[in-house]
Design a protein around this ligand. Structure first.
Ligand code: HEC
Ligand code: HEC
Ligand code: HEC
Length: 467
């Protein structure tokens, strides 16, 4: 039943060509990481511990300050999900080489293990800080913003120091040469990236900014900085810069499309945001990958698996508290209410529309004629913020290619949804999704066959069946 969908990481890549006077930007889509690969690229604590003892001698002592710093750095590296991009599928942890494809060519993440020749083993703390927070490589050239330094600029120096300690002493060195981009000249010139950086990168923060004893401030710090949540959840502007980097604007975390999934609105909107989620619901989702409202899929499945499930309860509660402070994009939107009509019509067999019949034949076994599914197993479609998002990209994608929840420590059993690309035509998918989006109290715009055809092509799904 479980299909291996191809999971992708995304990145913004921007370049101003010497030949083009105007800014030239590309939303780059990265390459492929099989979703089904259950192996976590994140090194286990024992790796960290053994490397610590190799470096420091008596590191097993729990109160050794250096060992503690390394452990803290390991925790922060998970919260920042450095492994997501710096570990290639089946590759050694942090050895880089993940291809990130863009229309102008492929770039590769780099080796950030402490190997002296091919990794960052000879980097000073300043070199490391320059790369991570300023987006400047040791040779002075600017990094592609695929590396989310515009978020990491918000990480405080003390935490950068802990990250540095971890990467120097808690990660196994791996000798693996970096791959050069295959972007052709003149697009490969990096100086235009520094213009982009000067225009869009925020100033880096100092240590004075710490207000971590206030949960909302701690949550903001984690979300804006290490978590780089806005890299996916904030819409992009003309040069593919994030339209907002802080919650001064309601654009921040209001939703963006990444790898043909909608990284949806995380603001307080009651229909398509987190307005109806309690803090506990948010924590359960980030920790276990599911809750009574939804289950993680697409890029978020990876985020939960490799990053948020490893965060401690205080930090998850802080993230939830902070997200709940975000004002809705639409202050006038009202919460939806469940409506029995569709469930009754399905049971009576009185709705003979293609949408209703397609739903009965293909979806109702799991999501039920009530649309309420089975809690924590088959997510509810009724009143779901995912279903009621204006942009249907995620819905089309998931129906065509299926999806698989993450397996987490708190919820190891995961469930998968099959893909219907070879069974349903574009019109069928449009009809069934339009049915779902207008039943049980849901209120979202219809989906068209043209929208389905576009996503079908972009996600590499099977061609529609011939009837
Ligand atoms: C969303 C993907 C992504 C994430 C997350 C990410 N990186 Fe990167 N990083 C990249 C890419 C891609 C490059 C190479 C950019 C280039 O070649 O211009 C890079 C480059 C770097 C470099 C520069 C290496 C060099 O050779 O100078 C360092 C250091 C680095 N990353 C560290 C980190 C750390 C530490 C974290 C976590 C705190 C992290 N990265 C998270 C994508 C990412
Ligand atoms: C690599 C891209 C990516 C990053 C980084 C990311 N997300 Fe997501 N997120 C998504 C996508 C795609 C979805 C939609 C799929 C789903 O609901 O699971 C999503 C969904 C969610 C949802 C479910 C919302 C709902 O109403 O169903 C929450 C909550 C969430 N993300 C929180 C976060 C937080 C907090 C962070 C930062 C710690 C974060 N995300 C970082 C891509 C991302
Ligand atoms: C075998 C059971 C099964 C069938 C049949 C099935 N689904 Fe699903 N569906 C799931 C599971 C499991 C998930 C959660 C996947 C994840 O989180 O990765 C899901 C998730 C979804 C979601 C996202 C909900 C959310 O908020 O996370 C939508 C929308 C959806 N299904 C629609 C459909 C439609 C439409 C059909 C029929 C064309 C269908 N499903 C058929 C099991 C099923």
């Amino acid at each position: 039943m479980i299909r291996k969908t191809m999971m992708k990481r995304s990145a913004a890549v921007c370049a101003t060509g010497a030949l083009a006077l105007a800014a030239f930007a590309v939303w780059a889509q990265s390459a492929a990481q099989p979703a089904g690969a259950a192996v976590s690229p994140v090194p286990t604590p024992s790796v960290a511990a053994s490397a610590v003892s190799a470096a420091g001698g008596q590191a097993s002592a729990a109160n050794d300050p250096q060992a503690q710093l390394v452990r803290q750095g390991e925790y922060l590296a998970r919260a920042a999900d450095c492994a997501a991009c710096h570990t290639a599928p089946k590759g050694k942890p942090f050895a880089g080489g993940l291809p990130i494809a863009s229309p102008i060519g492929t770039i590769y993440s780099t080796n950030i293990t402490p190997d002296k020749d091919t990794g960052i083993g000879s980097y000073s703390l300043e070199d490391f800080d320059k790369a991570v927070r300023h987006g400047i490589a040791r040779n002075g050239s600017t990094l592609y913003p695929a590396m989310p330094y515009t978020s990491y600029a918000k990480v405080r120096p003390a935490d950068v120091k802990a990250l540095y300690a971890y990467f120097m002493h808690g990660v196994q060195p791996v000798a693996q040469a970096n791959k050069a981009t295959d972007i052709p000249w003149p697009m490969s010139m990096r100086w235009p990236l520094s213009l982009w950086r000067k225009m869009f990168a925020p100033p880096v923060v100092g240590d004075a900014a710490s207000t971590d004893n206030d949960p909302v401030s701690r949550g903001r710090y984690l979300v804006e900085g290490l978590g780089h949540c806005s890299a996916c959840h904030t819409p992009r502007g003309f040069a593919l810069q994030e339209k907002a980097l802080t919650d001064d604007s309601t654009v921040f975390l209001s939703g963006g499309v990444v790898d043909n999934f909608l990284a949806k609105n995380l603001r307080g909107d009651p229909t398509d945001g987190l307005g109806n989620w309690s803090e506990g619901d948010i924590v359960a989702f980030l920790k276990g990958g599911r809750n009574d409202h939804s289950a993680a899929f697409g890029g978020m499945s990876d985020v939960v698996q490799h990053s948020t499930q490893h965060m401690n309860d205080d930090d998850l509660a802080a993230v939830a508290k902070y997200l709940k402070t975000l004002r809705p994009v639409d202050p006038n939107a009202r919460a939806l209410a469940y409506d029995e009509t569709a469930a009754r019509a399905l049971r009576a067999g009185s709705d003979r529309s293609n949408g209703a019949l397609t739903f009965i034949d293909n979806c109702a076994a799991c999501h039920r004629s009530t649309g309420k599914g089975y809690t924590q197993t088959f997510p509810t479609l009724a009143l779901s913020s995912t279903v009621n998002s204006a942009d249907p990209t995620s819905l089309i994608h998931i129906v065509l290619r299926g999806a698989q929840m993450p397996s987490t420590r708190s919820a190891p059993t995961y469930y998968a949804m099959p893909g219907f690309d070879d069974r349903l035509t574009d019109q069928d998918v449009a009809d069934v999704l339009t049915f779902v989006r207008t039943s049980w109290g849901n209120k979202a715009p219809a989906v068209t066959a043209a929208q389905v055809a576009k996503v079908r092509k972009e996600v590499g799904a099977a061609p529609q069946p011939q009837r």
